[in-house]
Design a protein around this ligand. Structure first.
Ligand SMILES: CC(C)(COP(=O)(O)OP(=O)(O)OC[C@H]1O[C@@H](n2cnc3c(N)ncnc32)[C@H](O)[C@@H]1OP(=O)(O)O)[C@@H](O)C(=O)NCCC(=O)NCCS
Length: 426
């Protein structure tokens, strides 16, 4: 592991300590060879005092076991009719899978227990068809789960529900994960699936606000891959119920779980309830983040190289755009007070957050700051982004003569031949 990875992880620790994550694993992933790595990642989360509940599905195993016993499964995922023979197969398959998970957690020195914390009742008769042993979550025994979590135990929740008469029902694991996340007021719900994330018209969704997902699920559900529609539906419902972040990731990717939790980019789809974003003045502790953020642009000559000392000297000019307390973009406003001019500089948006309007927000912000400071003109220098400043920022192309004298000297010395962009502030 690189030192930067470790630093990246450390910044999240205060935010996640003692918070609850619900990890919902599809059955197909439990028997995948990468599952051992997922459990290792769970052990890392536990070592950081994150409370983890593991919910699992069993469709694939029900299919396989039914085939083995020559049973015609009436339904696999707990959303259709579950007849008596299918229920028996589901109980066998789910218990076997729970056992495998408990074994894996033991191998990582984690205390874990299978629970009967899902109180269910029959789904009933839908459009005239009796759903038989398919159940619906009536209530989650949150006290029971919390008491386990308080003792450092990882509760493992199978896709089964129990009623007060001792009857068992087959319950869809996505709906169990949603109910558990809601009942435990989880910070995150992470669906670990066999797909890269949610695809809409075959395009992978990287990040989406819950309201936008709800609209798509309601009006354009056909554009989602059928096997992922349930994830889309439950992700939207979880965010609407107060879970701040829902992730949908591919369980076959090594270190995928940690990458998703501990990085800005993530590997799959993130659905968020509300975006906590702000633009704030940079502090001394941000210098490193500014350097790290702009590193790539400096290498490709998009931005001029600035040393730590350069940034520190004009730190009061720098602003950070952060999401969930993570810097994802920066910009600076250097002021030439005698000329009532300002230079917009060091605009950089991390590639993982490009094309979400952050660049424009930062340009607007700098314009407003400039106006508040009594400036009448903004300039910007750019080698590769001048059309962006023109089309999205309303700048016009100027000439080096538009630069303040001292700045002009530096410009000539740099040999970068940047285009000069000008915007009059009215
Ligand atoms: C250029 C940059 C600031 C844009 O930030 P962003 O947050 O992705 O931009 P926004 O979301 O506000 O705008 C996206 C729009 O700008 C367009 N755009 C992005 N980069 C562009 C470029 N180099 N030239 C022209 N247009 C560009 C996109 O195609 C998109 O267009 P659309 O809205 O019509 O689809 C960002 O890509 C970046 O940091 N680049 C590298 C550093 C750099 O060159 N900085 C400027 C020097 S001061």
């Amino acid at each position: 592991m690189k030192l930067t990875d470790l630093r990246g992880i450390l910044q999240y620790i205060p935010q996640f300590r003692e918070k609850t994550f619900i990890i919902a694993v599809d059955g197909v992933i439990v028997t995948d060879e990468n599952f051992a790595n997922i459990l290792l990642d769970v052990a890392v989360l536990r070592s950081l005092n994150i409370r983890v509940v593991l919910v699992h599905g069993a469709s694939e195993q029900i299919r396989a076991l039914a085939g083995k016993h020559n049973v015609r499964a009436s339904n696999l995922d707990g959303t259709g009719v579950t007849d008596a023979p299918t229920l028996q197969v589901a109980i066998d398959a789910a218990n076997r899978l729970t056992h495998e998970i408990l074994e894996g957690l033991s191998a990582n020195d984690l205390r874990a227990a299978c629970t009967n914390s899902i109180i269910a009742h029959p789904l009933g008769i839908i459009y005239g068809v009796d759903q038989l042993f398919t159940g619906k979550v009536e209530r989650v025994d949150a006290d029971f789960l919390q008491s386990m979590l308080n003792q450092g135990i990882v509760p493992v929740v199978p896709p089964l529900g129990f009623d007060g008469d001792g009857k068992t029902y087959r319950v869809n694991s996505d709906s169990i994960a949603l109910a558990v996340a809601e009942a435990l007021k989880a910070t995150k719900l992470i669906f670990i699936t066999g797909q890269d994330g949610l695809r809409y018209n075959n395009e992978l969704i990287r990040q989406m606000l819950v309201g936008d997902l709800q609209k798509l699920v309601q009006s354009m559900s056909g554009a989602f891959a059928p096997e992922m529609l349930s994830k889309a539906h439950h992700a939207a419902a979880a965010c609407a119920a107060g879970v701040q972040r829902v992730h949908i990731i591919n369980g076959r990717e090594d270190e995928g779980l940690l990458a998703e939790v501990f990085s800005n980019e993530g590997i799959g789809t993130l659905i968020y309830a509300n975006e906590y974003e702000q633009i704030r003045l940079a502090k001394k502790k941000d210098i490193r983040a500014i350097q790290m953020l702009t590193k790539k642009a400096v290498e490709t000559e998009e931005l001029v190289r600035r040393t730590r000392a350069d940034i520190e000297k004009s730190l009061g000019d720098y602003y950070i755009f952060e999401i969930d307390k993570n810097p994802v973009a920066c910009v600076a406003l250097h002021v030439y007070p005698a000329l009532q001019m300002g230079e917009l500089a060091s605009l950089y948006v991390d590639p993982s957050h490009e094309n979400q309007g952050i660049g424009r927000k930062l340009i607007n912000f700098i314009e407003n700051r400039a106006r508040e400071t009594g400036l009448t003109e903004l300039i910007a220098l750019s080698t590769q982004t001048f059309t962006y400043f023109q089309s999205k920022g309303g700048f016009l192309e100027g000439t080096p003569d538009d630069l303040p004298p001292g700045r002009r000297e530096k410009y000539d010395q740099s040999g970068r031949n940047s285009k000069v962009l000008v915007k009059k502030l009215t």
